[in-house]
Design a protein around this ligand. Structure first.
Ligand SMILES: *[C@@H]1O[C@H](CO)[C@@H](O)[C@H](O)[C@H]1NC(C)=O
Ligand SMILES: *[C@@H]1O[C@H](CO)[C@@H](O)[C@H](O)[C@H]1NC(C)=O
Ligand SMILES: *[C@@H]1O[C@H](CO)[C@@H](O)[C@H](O)[C@H]1NC(C)=O
Ligand SMILES: *[C@@H]1O[C@H](CO)[C@@H](O)[C@H](O)[C@H]1NC(C)=O
Length: 439
């Protein structure tokens, strides 16, 4: 790791001398809208949620341990890279949740919804190689590696995916070793390691380490994305390399060491390095000041502490940890805490005990907010309400689920249901996460 960093540093100074940085250019990746767990009739699609989680394995819809699957992998990476320590009180590698056999039977006849697939993730386009080839990528603040399919992947899983061909890139270099990630449900990707030029929204990282995976388990077949780009800290990298954004910053490709997400029903974007306080060089996406909170852990996640959750009348839980993760869809909290939270929502009840899903009276539009010692950042009724439990029901499903994510007994995972309400800034400069009002 140390050696790698030195090498990169050297490349950068040469590069920086030759290529002046354009500090005033807004660099944004447009992100299509993620498919919702609510049908067009406003009904919570419980089967879709569960079946997607089984069928896709990816960390998009999670009710049966996919969440644990992903973070379990990250915890394993931690152990590998830095020696596993309890960064968080109670953190441990947990055995994965088992999928109940009844649900597997239901998943058997599941037809992936082709219409929804096209926008089922916060995906955007990146380019790899010289000349650049495009890939559709899931941007994930909860992991730290980049992988795309290899030309050498000839299985049906890869048939519809764009592939990386080292021979057709003038800047490709093969690296030693093999990249491999195995997930708790048996799915996995693996392949050789390369370095090449990677460009995201005009931001270029030279000699970026990534994997061109030759083996993808079949669960990736129905996933519209080609690959994944991690935006968490190098510490979590299975490739043991700087992730894309860190490489780009070290090389001077972005003026500021921070990126930000605007997740909204339209105009979603990932802003790279072009947002800074007090100079708001990309004011299009947010209003007013950015409220920053220092990271509370060295875990490698974007984790901030001292959080509280608020309802209309009460603050049922205070002083917990939160991991801000664009890779998952709804909010997860420790079961006891989530139970206390729903106790403050009149009429709320445990709807699906196996999955920690709660429902509440649809008409009540509960007001829910999180805070970290500053202002309260509200979750709009639309974002909190995942839809009716079934057609005609007066109960709706809440976007906060009870599940121990395996990162510690007081750690919540704040995902899209939260991030859709705010402009979220991830700052390596400040070692902090910031929130601002969406413009
Ligand atoms: C492609 O596969 C062949 C045979 O399986 C192997 O020899 C070669 O090294 C692979 N090339 C790359 C770029 O992975
Ligand atoms: C790629 O290049 C290597 C050597 O540079 C060569 O051995 C190999 O056959 C080439 N593969 C393809 C698919 O062109
Ligand atoms: C990868 O997943 C497949 C199932 O899709 C499984 O057969 C294979 O054993 C797994 N490989 C590893 C190394 O876990
Ligand atoms: C956040 O970190 C910065 C830099 O380490 C430090 O100066 C500041 O006091 C910290 N803020 C809080 C509220 O702890």
């Amino acid at each position: 790791m140390f050696f790698q960093t030195l090498t990169l540093g050297l490349t950068v100074s040469l590069l920086a001398a030759a290529t002046p940085v354009e500090h005033d250019v807004a660099r944004s990746v447009p992100l299509p809208k993620r498919a919702s767990l609510t049908t067009s009739e406003g009904i919570f699609n419980h089967d879709l949620a569960i079946l997607q989680s089984i069928a896709t394995r990816k960390q998009v819809f999670i009710f049966f341990g996919d969440l644990e699957t992903k973070h379990r992998q990250n915890l394993i990476n931690l152990k590998k890279n830095v020696g596993f320590q309890a960064f968080n009180e109670g953190a441990e590698i947990k055995p994965l949740a088992q999928i109940p056999s009844g649900l597997q039977a239901r998943s058997h006849g599941f037809e992936p919804l082709t219409d929804e697939e096209g926008d089922s993730e916060w995906a955007g386009t990146i380019e790899i190689g010289t000349p650049g080839r495009s890939f559709l990528i899931d941007f994930d603040t909860g992991s730290s590696d980049l992988w795309v399919p290899s030309f050498n992947c000839t299985s049906t899983v890869c048939s519809t995916k764009r592939k990386y061909t080292p021979n057709s890139s003038g800047t490709s270099a093969a690296k030693q070793g093999t990249f491999s990630i195995e997930y708790g449900d048996g799915s996995n990707v693996s392949g050789p390691i390369f370095s090449d030029t990677v460009t995201v929204a005009g931001v270029k990282a030279v000699n970026q380490i990534f994997s061109a995976v030759t083996t993808l388990s079949s669960s990736f077949q129905d996933d519209p994305i080609d690959g994944l780009l991690g935006l968490a800290f190098p510490r979590l990298s299975q490739l043991d390399a700087n992730p894309f954004f860190n490489t780009a910053f070290v090389q001077g490709a972005v003026p500021y060491n921070l990126f930000a997400f605007k997740l909204a029903s339209t105009g979603s974007a990932l802003d790279l390095g072009n947002t800074v306080v007090p100079h708001c060089t990309n004011p299009d996406h947010f209003n007013g000041p950015i409220e920053f909170h220092n990271l509370s852990s060295e875990s490698g996640f974007w984790q901030i502490g001292g959080a509280a959750i608020h309802t209309d009348q009460a603050t049922p839980i205070k002083g917990f940890q939160t991991v801000i993760d664009s890779g998952t869809t709804i909010i997860y909290g420790p079961p006891d805490a989530v139970k206390r939270f729903y106790a403050e929502i009149p009429g709320a009840t445990l709807f699906d005990s196996g999955n920690g899903i709660y429902s509440f009276p649809c008409f009540s539009d509960p007001r829910v907010a999180f805070s970290w010692g500053g202002r309260k950042w509200g979750v709009t009724a639309d974002n909190f309400n995942l839809g009716q439990t079934k057609s005609g029901a007066s109960e709706c499903v809440g976007a906060i689920a009870a599940q121990d994510v395996g990162l510690g007994s007081d750690v919540w995972l704040l995902d899209d249901s939260f991030m859709k309400n705010v402009y979220t800034v991830f700052s390596f400069d400040r070692n902090a996460v910031g929130f601002a009002e969406l413009a």
